[in-house]
Structure formats: structure tokens, C-alpha cells
Design a protein. Sequence first.
Length: 215
Amino acid sequence: MQNLVTLVLASRNSGKTAEIEDLLAGFPVNIKNLDAFGPIPHVAEDGINFEVNAYKKASFTARVLGLPALADDSGLVVEALGGAPGIFSARYAGENATDQQRCAKLLDEMKGHTNRKAVFECAISIAVPSGPSLTYEARCEGTIAEKPAGQYGFGYDPIFFYSPLKKTFAQLTREEKSRVSHRGKALGEVMAEFDKILKWIGQNMPVMEKFNCKK
């Protein structure tokens, strides 16, 4: 019987945690997010792209907790805004802004633009405490809706319109979204290789040495 591996999701986002738990259900892995641990220092997401930020979060979390960690860095890249909000997607309307405020700011910035092409991008990094990591990337193309629609999802989902299904991401069920989203695609790559990933984790996790205490 294969041992259960604890994999820490370097996030406190409950929606993201639920998506990843669903996708990795059936594998011998126990997903925990940061809410399962005490306070840990904040990681500055100051990398030049999504891949760098994902690695920073995963590597730091793995080193602090001594467990393998998975982090994703995702964002919305809007063509008419020169690629904004991009890596600043989560902080686009301020550090403590709500999802509703972020969407409102983006819609305000899009006023007068006829080009509403946008891409959701995602980079996933899986790291172990000693430093090595694996990286997976994916993207999903869509457009910015004129107004929010839908009650599911999180982040910019209510204003990201996915043409093939003629719905915003917030109008999709979790199962529908997982099949087509940037994160779903990247996690699909993770799922396809997860047996190999578990083996890789086992090979790269530090081995605890045992000592006999003698008086």
C-alpha cells in the first residue's frame, strides 16, 4: 500500500484549494493549505513572471514547513491594457481589495476599448525543502465581458467570458471550469504525471537520520 503524501498548497484561498482537492482526488495525497499551519512569513511576489512567483511561493513554503509544497501563480493578461493586470492581478485594486472591487476596477479601465481579448495564465510549481522543483504552465483565451455574470468561481471569473461555452468562468460549474481553465489545464498536466511526481518527491525529500542515545 502506497504511503499518503502530505502536499501543502501555498495558499489560503478556499476556492483554489477545493479545485485542487477535486482534481487530485484518488491519488495517495493529503492536500493541506496554509490555514492548517501556524502563521508563516509572507512571500514577496516580486518575480518577473508567473513561473518565478510560483517557484518562490512553493520553495519558501517547503523550506519553512519541511514538506513538499505546491504553488500556483495565475493572472489575467488583457491585451488592450498592455498585459495588465498580469502578475499584479491579485493586487490590481489594492492589497486588501475584494474580488468585486478588482473586477470593477478592470471594467472601469476597459471603458472605451473595443479590443477585449484576454488570457488567463497559470504556472504551477511543486517544490521540496531542499530546493528542486517541477514546473507546469497553461493558458486559456477569452474576452472581458461588459459586466459581471455568474455566482461561482473567484477572482476575475465573473468578467472572463469563455466563447466556446458562451459563459463567463463564474457561470461554469467547478467541473466545467476545471476542464477548460488555465489552472485546470496545468493541473491536468500534473495529474497525468502525478505518479511520477510522487516518486520524484520521495527521491528528493530529505531523509531523517536516526541516532541511538547512549549514556
